[in-house]
Design a protein around this ligand. Sequence first.
Ligand code: FES
Length: 129
Amino acid sequence: MAAEWKELLPASDLRPGNVLEISHEGVDLLVFRTQSGTLRAMDAYCPHMRNYIPNGIREGQGLGSLLDGEELICPFHNWRFDGLGRCTGIPSGQRVPSRIAAGKRIGTSWPLRETLGVIQIGAPTKISA
Ligand code: FES
């Protein structure tokens, strides 16, 4: 079956280093474009403790403060995410769960593509067993 793509937003609304909160089909997402221009969409609730990630942003900082190059950092405990469902880093001194140590996906992500000036979204990629 061919993947179904749906229009999400104009590509000009998401520049490198930008992060947007978007509700898509009843799910709260963080949609971002990394510094190198890669598009990513992940669940806005952190896979660690299910905190709503933007709620951890310090006063006066914007959503873009969540990005560090190619990774999104949850401000609650500073876990890093690749936007493809994987945690890419946990600060030293915090316990690293075995699923993360094994490189398994711990979060849901959505594929994005840009075509004719529009960012489209596909079906979510669920957490593997
Ligand atoms: S709740 Fe996100 S890193 Fe802990």
